[in-house]
Design a protein around this ligand. Structure first.
Ligand code: PHE
Ligand code: ZN
Length: 880
């Protein structure tokens, strides 16, 4: 395998730079084809820097035109410029201004890193290392500087000129050009730099902070799509108010701008005062966005806004600390959504995502701790482990310290580190110090990869009225970490008596128990509860109080008891899932057939009670109807996985449940028919979610009647949520009518790229032999936008990640299609290529035939020629 330079960066090698830059003045002349960047960097030698120490700046694909110090051009021998760096051999040992001029070509930038053009709009993406593609710089997060940016462009091509901070000047030139000046008074690292220039529409609003400051808010987008931004604006204002209420954090500039662009590698970016978004996370109107899309818009708008404090005001010392801002900010956006909507539903959704993405990553070759200690390519560490597991770790802190204790820790963190680049150790220390607790053991959550497995057994002794609960924890080896330390695991729990009510105890020993939390911090703990009058059923890990895999000795009967009586909605949902998983694992063993009708009956009865009962809101009921995914089952099986058997087993269970609950499902479906005009109010979205869950479950029954019901639902839908729900149900059931409706959908929405993504994604998910050829044909179509990350991910990402049977075809053709796609896209956009390739992280878990095919596809990719560092890194680790 030939790769771009092999190099590994280690956390232990972190050292401050000998010089730092505290002020940047840039003049940017934007023009089609070529843009010229003129930079004045105010450089200061750090104390202790020896005379003659060179100043080394990062660069990438820059063409240097001139370089000067304090106005005097440098002689050719005084510096060395390569495409990847600028070295000033002997800079003065005092404050000086380094002046450079470089030329860049945004139109040719298909990597979408640095300064590029999307749909005519010039925009930037600098995290993590994109600023070096704009100008030579100390492109690392521990260099904080204030920025002043003058942008010059043709007024017709780019009437809108935006950068970070506050607008401080603007004007016209005689040649049809104009300029704008932006000053950002808050020192920031270069990854938060942003500029946008283009001909854009916008909506405007304002927010008054709690201390009375007026902030002008704006969202910019393609002309004609302004109405699609109104929901995002509403979400932004709610986010601003929430951060004041919950954390006392106010916004700190005169303006806050958001720009929606259509070519973007990730979801969105928290640039100071100028967030840039993938347009799919801004646009939301009922005709084109589903309720899930609305939730995502709200969540990501909040996430990027919350970064203003957790990320921008306090940033990361180095990229190993990425989860310092990401884990914390995901936790904050989760809390926001929970406060704005249903907390139990949000928790279940988040745990589902954690299990289907993060647990899988953590159990395979790409496993890494939330804070890694080395990397070859930082772009490959924007992972679900850093984000979602990072958030779980923060959540455990909040669980252990309580809301008030957590807030004290946050306050101290800001008091100590505002305006600084901090580390995970700084973060933990703020919580430990603010609450006078020792958190030394807790840091292992940041340092160790792998999902801890907790095994529980219990026994009850009626004579002495004691109940014993034994907990054991173990974390499997992960790459580079053969041995693991015991973690501090907070177990939120309750004991439930025979009549379904909570039980208390007179005394407990064997581990520290604080209220309803067991602090489980050893390999094994044996708890003894005294004064227990009857055999209790334990409810453990309520609210999923720690990101672990739980094995208990509870019978299906006990689980169904929990499903009926647990006061914790998460565990009521979990109990039903656990019973379903047990049935599914047995069915897979039997080659895809259900083996225990009695247990299926019991599960169906419990699901029926939940559906008709009064405990839990409508969206909660909808979640209980969704059986564990094929990926969940594959994960529970672990090795020698046969995706076909899993698919068959799951289909059989869904069909059986559907048949048994048919009348109830139909009754609820019909009762929720009259939805009135579209609204995003909680009651309305929850009603749609339950009604569509019933429909999906009916379709899983596979009857003609259900198919026509779904077709009618599709045809009469007045919003995208209902239309997509019906179409997705038919597609996943591979119903005969699915292809015709996919065709109809395609014609209806040809002009709307974001809706086209839904079509691409569903087309790739059809569980049918013919899907691979259809996907290939769509991709080969000359009109397919081959450089747009959203389109590529919707089609090929969905095929690789959401069609387990067709991706893992036993003849290997699904695997080969994906590796060939990766090799091709890698030449233009390494980040997208590397991300799609991660679908292979489960390859060693397949049964031997598929495993061999996957390995051979991966090996031919390795031999196919020169790969980017991004793709080579993922491939190397996947095969290791
Ligand atoms: N920092 C962004 C976020 O969390 C994600 C991102 C990373 C975007 C890298 C672009 C590039 O919200
Ligand atoms: Zn983030």
């Amino acid at each position: 395998m030939r790769t771009e330079t092999e190099h590994t960066i280690f956390l232990k090698d972190y050292a401050p730079t000998p010089y730092f830059i505290d002020r940047v003045e840039m003049e940017v002349e934007i023009a089609p084809e070529k843009s010229v960047i003129h930079s004045l960097l105010h450089v200061v030698p750090r104390e202790g820097t020896e005379p003659g120490t060179p100043l080394v700046l990062d660069g990438d694909e820059l063409l240097l035109n001139s370089v000067a110090i304090d106005g005097a051009p440098l002689g050719l021998l005084a510096y060395e410029a390569t495409p990847s760096s600028l070295i000033i051999h002997e800079p003065p040992l005092r404050r000086f201004v380094l002046e450079t001029t470089v030329t860049i070509e945004p139109e040719k930038n298909t990597r979408l890193m640095g300064f590029y053009r999307s749909n005519g709009t010039w925009c930037t993406q600098c995290e993590p290392e994109g600023f070096r593609r704009i100008t030579y710089y100390l492109d690392r997060p521990d260099n904080l500087a204030t920025f002043n940016v003058t942008m010059i462009a043709d007024k017709k091509l780019a009437p809108v000129l935006l950068a970070n901070g506050n607008p401080v000047g603007q004007g016209d030139f005689e040649d049809g050009k104009h300029f704008a000046v932006w000053e950002d008074p808050h020192p920031k690292p270069s990854y938060l730099f942003a500029m946008v220039a283009g001909d854009l529409g916008s909506i405007h609003d304002s927010f008054t902070t709690s201390s009375g400051k007026q902030v002008a808010l704006a969202i910019y987008c393609e002309h004609g799509k302004e109405d699609r931004c109104l929901y995002a604006m509403d979400a932004l204002k709610r986010s601003m108010a929430w951060d004041e209420r919950r954390f006392g954090l106010e916004y700190d500039l005169d303006v806050f701008n958001i720009v929606a662009v259509s070519d973007f590698n990730f979801g969105a970016m928290e640039n100071k005062g100028l967030n840039i978004f993938n347009d799919r996370l801004v646009f939301a109107i009922p005709e084109t966005a589903t309720d899930a899309d609305y939730d995502n818009v709200e969540r990501v708008i909040a996430h990027e806004y919350f970064h203003n404090w957790t990320g921008d005001r306090v940033t990361c010392r180095d990229w190993f600390q990425l989860c310092l801002k990401e884990g914390l900010t995901v936790y904050r956006d989760q809390e926001f959504s929970s406060d704005e909507r249903s907390r139990p539903v949000k928790r279940i959704e988040d745990v589902r995502l954690l299990r289907s993405a993060q647990f899988v990553e953590d159990a395979g070759p790409l496993a890494h701790p939330p804070r890694p200690d080395h990397y070859r390519e930082i772009n490959n560490f924007y992972t679900t482990t850093v984000y979602e597991k990072g958030a779980e770790v923060v959540r455990m802190l909040a669980t252990m310290l309580g809301e008030a204790g957590f807030r004290k820790g946050m306050d101290l963190y800001f008091e100590r580190h505002d305006g600084q680049a901090a580390t995970i150790e700084d973060f933990i220390a703020a919580f430990a110090d603010a609450n006078q607790v020792n958190l030394d053991q807790f840091i292992h959550w940041y340092l160790q990869a792998g999902t801890p497995q907790v095994t529980v057994s219990d026994s009850y002794d009626a004579a002495s009225q004691t109940y014993r609960l034994t907990l054991e924890q173990k974390t499997d080896p992960t790459p580079g970490q053969p041995e693991k330390q015991a973690m501090l695991i907070p177990v939120k729990f309750g004991l439930i008596g025979p009549n379904g009510s909570p039980m208390s105890w007179s005394k407990v020993s064997g581990a520290e128990v604080k209220g309803d939390l067991i602090m489980f911090d050893t390999g094994k703990a044996e708890l003894t509860f005294e004064g227990i009058a009857n055999r209790p059923v334990p409810s453990l890990f309520r609210e999923f109080s720690a990101p672990i895999k739980l094995t208990t000795s509870l019978s299906a009967e006990d689980q169904l008891f929990l499903a009926r009586h647990d006061s914790d909605p998460f565990n009521r949902w979990q109990a039903l899932q656990t019973v379903a998983t047990g049935i599914l694992l047995d069915a897979v063993k039997a080659g895809g057939r259900l083996t225990d009708e009695g247990r299926v009956d019991a599960l169906a009865t419990a699901l029926g009670e939940t559906l008709e009962g009064n405990s839990g809101d409508a969206a909660f009921k909808a979640l209980t109807l969704a059986m564990p995914t094929e990926d969940n089952i594959a994960q529970a099986i672990g090795t020698d996985v046969d995706p076909q058997a899993i698919h068959d087993a799951r289909s059989a269970l869904r069909k059986a449940i559907s048949n048994r609950l048919h009348d109830k499902l139909l009754a609820v479906y019909n009762a929720l028919a009259d939805q009135g005009p579209f609204s995003t109010a909680q009651a309305a979205t929850q009603g749609r979610s339950l009604r569509n869950a019933c429909l999906t479950q009916l379709v899983a029954g596979g009857t003609e009647g259900a198919y026509s019901l779904a077709e009618a639902h599709y045809r009469t839908a007045t919003n995208m949520t209902d239309r997509m729900a019906a179409l997705a149900a038919l597609v996943h059931a591979n119903a005969p009518v699915a292809q015709a409706l996919l065709g109809d959908f395609r014609t209806l929405y040809t002009a709307d790229p974001l809706v086209l993504d839904k079509w691409l994604s569903l087309s790739a998910q059809v569980p049918d032999e013919a899907t691979l050829d259809r996907v290939k044909a769509i991709l080969a179509d000359p009109s397919f936008p081959r450089n747009n990350p959203n389109r590529l991910r919707s089609l090929v990402g969905s095929f690789a990640n959401a069609n387990p049977v067709q991706f893992a075809r036993p003849d290997g053709s699904g695997f080969r299609f994906v590796t060939e796609f990766v090799a091709d896209v890698d030449k233009r956009n390494p980040q997208v290529a590397a991300r799609v390739l991660t679908a292979f992280r489960i390859w060693r878990n397949y049964e031997p035939v598929r495993r061999a095919e996957a390995e051979s596809a991966l090996k031919s990719l390795a031999e196919s020629g020169s790969l980017s560092r991004n793709t080579a890194d993922i491939l190397g680790r996947t095969l290791a």
